[in-house]
Design a binder for this molecule. Sequence first.
Ligand code: PGA
Length: 248
Amino acid sequence: MNLRVFSSEKEAAEACAARLAEAVRLQPDLVLGLPTGRTPLNVYRELVALTRRGGLDLSRVVTFNLDEFLGLPPEDAGSFRAYMERHLFHHVNLAPERIHFLDGSAEDAEAECARYDAALAAAGGLDLLLLGIGPNGHIAFNEPGESLVASCHRARLSRETRLANAMLFGDDPSRVPMAALTLGVSSILQARRVVLLAFGASKAAAVTAMLHGPVTPHCPASFLQLHRDVEVWLDEPAARGVRHHRPR
Ligand code: PGA
């Protein structure tokens, strides 16, 4: 994995937005995988700023978000769909029909997951995937455990993950849904390029396990060691446990 350590989160986010903008310039119909959470917020802010300056045209880009809370309709303020509308979709020129999202309120979760995997396959898979990592090493909502699931599936959320997402629910962890729908590790590993961002000391242990630990479902992100084109972009606190990295 190709590692870069930035002096600040802001610097990393700017570089990441510039990387995305360049990828879109080279391939205007790029299929882009998008995360939610705190980590990509500054990247989305930068993409909005680039759009306002006329430096970004997303009109032909196709997006697939990674996951969605189970039981929440897209209009629910706590849904990832609502997050994406607030932070990105509402402010850029993505074509609504090219935005793909899991519907957490679908009656039949299994059918919804099959629909999503089929839509991603029909789009040709992800060209570029922007990823975060959970403090427990999860990627999307593929949580640590005895095994991982390759395809899109319903996932039970760990206590830690529900706590980390409480900000979307008025800081009340009890309101965070118990489960979610998520792309599986297969779609993630089949993405042609991955840029994983991690910021802050709370991610240091997961980053170290991802880079230097064994490939194990106990740290789902460790499977990225098997991928040939992953960039890991960190700030100094997240890079604390990285071997051969000397803090500036
Ligand atoms: P965060 O979440 O960006 O809110 O830290 C990342 C993740 O859980 O993948």
